[in-house]
Design a protein around this ligand. Structure first.
Ligand code: IPE
Ligand code: IPE
Ligand code: MG
Length: 237
């Protein structure tokens, strides 16, 4: 099977509105959102996506009431406990991106177990961004890079991980909210009004179909396609 390098990133927004429009507490929306994560990961594996990065909690989300942030942290922990084995059997390597110093020791332990359990998986990389800020990530990577001799754009690119090909935001807003700012420099953007808990495989397929119609030029005049020889190299010239 040809190795896919396609990187899809999703801003999973709309849980709260999904819940309140049904007369439910916001946390019910987050619970339903966890089911949408399971469906989306399976759909992405089926579609042979290389990397899927999901925005689960931004560093600014700490501004929310403590009852909501506590509930979200417990949901992440439960998700990691239940999904690590499923990821392993689907060949999905799970990684958590973002700051770790403000997470509970129980959540940190669950992250370590999930990352270790799936470390050898190669079918797809699933990155879950928790306490993540794109601006902070750039600052930290730049600081680390300047402490080595030979600082370069390339070393920063490597430290910050793969470029995003397709960035999807659910929930109807059209903004980045501090997600993968560096990596999305040439991302194709898809905004959908679908609230995250309702997001399903056909929505991912529709976003991918839209992406496939885009003409990616990376500042040049030629179209770039993933299948073109040296395509990724062309992107970096
Ligand atoms: C996204 O849904 C989940 C998180 C940010 C944790 P929201 O909770 O932002 O839902 P809305 O935008 O209020 O509907
Ligand atoms: C972005 O959604 C963060 C996540 C989806 C995890 P927010 O709901 O926090 O973003 P804003 O506040 O509408 O920009
Ligand atoms: Mg929101």
């Amino acid at each position: 099977m040809k190795k896919s390098f396609l990187h899809i990133a999703i801003i999973m927004d709309g849980n709260g509105r999904w819940a309140t429009s049904r007369g439910l507490p916001r946390v019910a929306g987050h619970r339903a959102g966890a089911d949408a994560v399971r469906r989306t990961v399976e759909a992405a594996v089926e579609l042979q996506v290389g990397t899927l990065t999901l925005y689960a909690f931004s560093s600014d989300n700490w501004r929310r009431p403590i009852a909501e942030t506590d509930a979200l942290m417990l949901l992440f922990e439960a998700y990691l406990h239940s999904e690590a084995v499923r990821c392993l059997s689907n060949g999905v390597r799970l990684e958590v991106a973002g700051r770790r110093d403000r997470l509970s020791s129980d959540l940190l332990a669950a992250i370590t177990v999930a990352e270790q359990t799936t470390a050898q998986c190669e079918r797809m990389l699933l990155r879950i961004a928790v306490d993540y800020s794109g601006r902070d990530e750039i600052l930290r990577a730049a600081r680390a890079a300047t402490s080595f001799s030979g600082f370069s754009r390339d070393s920063l690119d490597n430290a910050l991980g793969p470029d995003v090909d397709l960035l999807i935001r659910t929930g109807g807003e059209r903004r980045l909210s501090d997600f993968l700012l560096w990596q999305s420099a040439y991302a194709e953007l898809v905004f959908t009004p679908v609230m995250w808990p309702d997001f399903d495989a056909p929505d991912l397929e529709a976003a991918l179909a839209d992406f496939q119609l885009r003409d990616r030029r990376f500042g040049g005049i030629q179209s770039y396609s993933d299948d073109s020889p040296g395509g990724r190299v062309f992107q970096r010239l």
